[in-house]
Design a protein around this ligand. Structure first.
Ligand code: ADP
Ligand code: MG
Length: 237
C-alpha cells in the first residue's frame, strides 16, 4: 500500500499558467510532419511519456516552459521534437547566421546524450546538430561550428569560448533550452549562462528544465523566461 501511494505520487503532474494547451495523448495529436513521425516510430516510442504529454503542446504553441521532473522522465524529446518543428518553420537563409536552436547542459556526458537524441530526429529533416563541450579539441569544434549547424548542444563554458573565437554567433538563435539548470548552477555556470542568454534576442522561446528549483534558479527563470507555464512531474519542486 505504501508502495502504491509512493508510485501514484511519483506520477502526479501539476501544471500552472494561463491558457495552457490541453495535454496530448499520442504523438499523432502533435501534428508532426510525416518525416518526424517516421523518426519517432523508428525509436519505437509508442506514446509520449507523462511530461511529454503535458509539455509538447505547450512548447509547440510557442510558450516558454519550466519543466520540473526527475531523470528518466523523457525531458529530452519534449524539447527536441518541438525544436525540430520550430527550425522547420524558419526561412532558409543564403548566408549562414548560426544555429536556431541552442541547448545548454551541465556536463559533456549530458551534452553528448542530448546530441545523440537530437540527431535521431534532426537527420531525416536535413537539420544539422553540433555538440561542443570541454575536454575536446577546441580547433576541431571550431571547424565543426564553422561548417554550420541549426542546433548546437553545449556546455556553457565551451560555448562561450566558441563565441569568443567567432566560431559561432547567437544572431539567429530563437529557441533556447537550459537543461538540468540546477546542476549547471551547482557547477558554477551561472555567469556563463547569463552571458549566453544576453546574446540571444529577447523574443526567443525559452525552456528551462530542472530536477529541483532552488531560489537562485527560480530567480534566473523569472528573469529570462516570459510568462512561462510550469509543469511539475512527481513530488519534486
Ligand atoms: P530525462 O532527460 O528526463 O532524464 P531522457 O530524455 O534522457 O530523460 O529519456 C530517458 C529515456 O527514455 C531515454 O532512453 C529515451 O530515449 C527514452 N524515451 C524518451 N521518450 C520516450 C517515449 N515517449 N517512449 C519510450 N521511451 C522514451
Ligand atoms: Mg535529461
Amino acid at each position: 500500500d505504501q508502495d502504491l501511494t509512493e508510485y501514484r505520487k511519483s506520477l502526479a503532474i501539476r501544471v500552472s499558467g494561463f491558457d495552457v494547451p490541453r495535454p496530448v495523448k499520442t504523438f499523432e495529436d502533435c501534428g508532426f510532419s510525416a518525416e518526424l513521425m517516421k523518426a519517432i516510430a523508428k525509436q519505437a516510442y509508442e506514446k509520449p511519456t507523462p511530461i511529454q504529454c503535458q509539455s509538447l503542446p505547450i512548447v509547440l504553441s510557442g510558450r516558454d516552459i519550466i519543466g520540473i521532473a526527475k531523470t528518466g522522465s523523457g525531458k529530452t524529446a519534449s524539447f527536441v521534437l518541438p525544436m525540430i518543428v520550430h527550425i522547420m518553420d524558419q526561412p532558409e537563409l543564403e548566408k549562414e547566421e548560426g544555429p536556431i536552436g541552442v541547448i545548454c547542459a551541465p556536463t559533456r556526458e549530458l551534452a553528448h546524450q542530448i546530441y545523440l537524441e537530437a540527431k535521431k530526429f534532426a537527420k531525416a529533416n536535413g537539420i544539422r546538430v553540433s555538440a561542443v563541450y570541454g575536454g575536446m579539441s577546441k580547433l576541431d569544434q571550431f571547424k565543426e561550428l564553422k561548417a554550420g549547424c541549426e542546433i548546437v548542444v553545449a556546455t556553457p563554458g565551451r560555448l562561450i569560448d566558441m563565441i569568443k573565437m567567432k566560431a559561432v554567433t547567437m544572431l539567429r538563435a530563437t529557441y533556447l533550452v537550459l537543461d538540468e539548470a540546477d546542476r549547471m548552477f551547482d557547477l558554477g555556470f551561472e555567469p556563463q549562462i547569463r552571458s549566453i542568454v544576453g546574446q540571444i534576442r529577447p523574443e526567443r522561446q525559452t525552456l528551462l528544465f530542472s530536477a529541483t528549483m532552488p531560489r537562485k534558479v527560480e530567480k534566473l527563470a523569472r528573469e529570462i523566461l516570459s510568462d512561462p507555464v510550469r509543469v511539475t512531474v512527481g513530488e519534486v519542486g
